[in-house]
Design a protein around this ligand. Sequence first.
Ligand code: G4P
Length: 548
Amino acid sequence: MTRAPSAAAGDDPTLLAEAVARRRNFAIISHPDAGKTTLTEKLLLYGGAIQQAGAVKARGEQRRVTSDWMELEKQRGISITSTVLQFDYDGCTINLLDTPGHQDFSEDTYRTLAAADNAVMLEDAAKGLEPQTRKLFEVCRMRQIPIFTFINKMDRPCREPLELLDEIERELGLAPWAVNWPIGSGERFRGVIDRRTHDVILFERAERGRQAAERRLSLDDPALADLVEPELLAQAREELDLLEGAGAPLDLEQVHAGEQTPLFFGSAMTNFGVRPFLDAFLELAQRPVPRQSSDGPVSPLRPGFSGFVFKLQANMDARHRDRVAFVRVCSGRFEKDMTVQHARSGRTIRLSRPQKLFGQDREVVEEAFPGDVIGLNNPGVFAIGDTLYSGPAVEFEGIPCFSPEIFAWLRNPNPSSFKSFRKGVNELREEGAVQILYDTDASKRDPVLAAVGQLQLEVVQHRLEHEYGVPTRLEPLGYSVARWVEGGWPALERIGRVFNCKAMRDAWDRPVLLFRNDWNLQQLQEDHPDLGLAAVAPVVSGREPIAL
Ligand code: G4P
């Protein structure tokens, strides 16, 4: 990577502006199996970050090589995720923030989106929108993150392209703008038409994982007739005409507002359409943007370093047995050994071993710029949402609590270990490993663990046992939806008795209603249309949470 000369970069506005203009940052949102790992591998190939596909999630032969370590992590119940992958391509420095998939699904997945400037929504062309994609989309929408859509697996039988676009528009309220359009699909997938250049990029079945040579022809080239069945080409042209006639033009402002999504068709496995996608992404994606603080937006060009913690991870590496706080750099230049302020505690901290993580490997970071992510050793100082800064004081808006979907009583069968139990529960909550709810009946003292993914519960139990020496028991509660009551306890008391739901207190003594299903939630809303219910809890500042 070409680096700006270190010496004066922090003070040099031009160098800082250049570093910011070069940065792109994104997270991939998708449902398990849509091809996120495969797409990530292919993107990294272009950055020269890995030599061959398969380095991200070991497959086949390679699986055996790396899996021992992974197994170890799994036994501990700790997910190993790469968290952030940085690579350089075409003059840009790209940060890909990893959102763990499926079995790892947890609040981390949501929080990671708080650190992303752009999202890539990956769909399986045969399936279209799937549940996890929708959930993650909602978080993107809340933050108005620009979304780029990649429709994957075009080499396999798939749904009608127009239908896929319609689904996105109808169900997400997001206007798709197809940057390319497919010619055929499945066995008869022949390539795509680039809508802006009117080139045809031909699909050639290459050996799996190999970088297919890209063959481009003009849409008017007579040679096309020998390469693509005329009826397939005619159909693609017809559909393109339809799009031109019906939709609004590509509008960067709308893209950046998260209202329009540039959409691409391709096949990650065969590496078709990935490079054109990356090129267009670099062109259209949002650069690191100002972040909201308690004093208004903070520009990435603010000379002093600032950033916030969006994720904490314990025992990331078997060899280090440490805890890492991931910090998204928001402004200025970060450099190794710098001394920063910790906004919440007012403490001054020297950041002596900042790390950049690449999968399981880590290297010490010398410097970082807005849009980058750094890993800091966390001896229990940092909590989710904390701000670090140098220069004039800043404090970023915190990261909200997201609606949990899994609830369980946490029982401590051994009363003599109550002190360790309490310490463990309080510390793990502070770390953001899980949300804690309490019964409104104060005589029921056991806490309820509330999580968005099963893994979170397993991690908490495992860590309580191994780090605090307290084996625990979980008793699931049969609820799956939580809503915070707007207006707090008085609002809840005003409506009187509520049915088919359970009221609990969160760690800030706010009322949370738990429902068995969406239907019960809907029912309550119909009965009490004036009662405001929020799926995301506002950030609380300046007040300490209730400890167990
Ligand atoms: P994920 O991380 O989103 O869960 O998905 P992943 O990349 O692991 O891909 C899920 C499956 O889909 C994999 O097959 C992968 O090879 C396949 N896949 C990904 N992209 C494409 C594509 O463009 N076309 C086709 N035909 N398949 C694709 P698998 O059989 O589950 O795993 P493996 O045996 O290939 O490792």
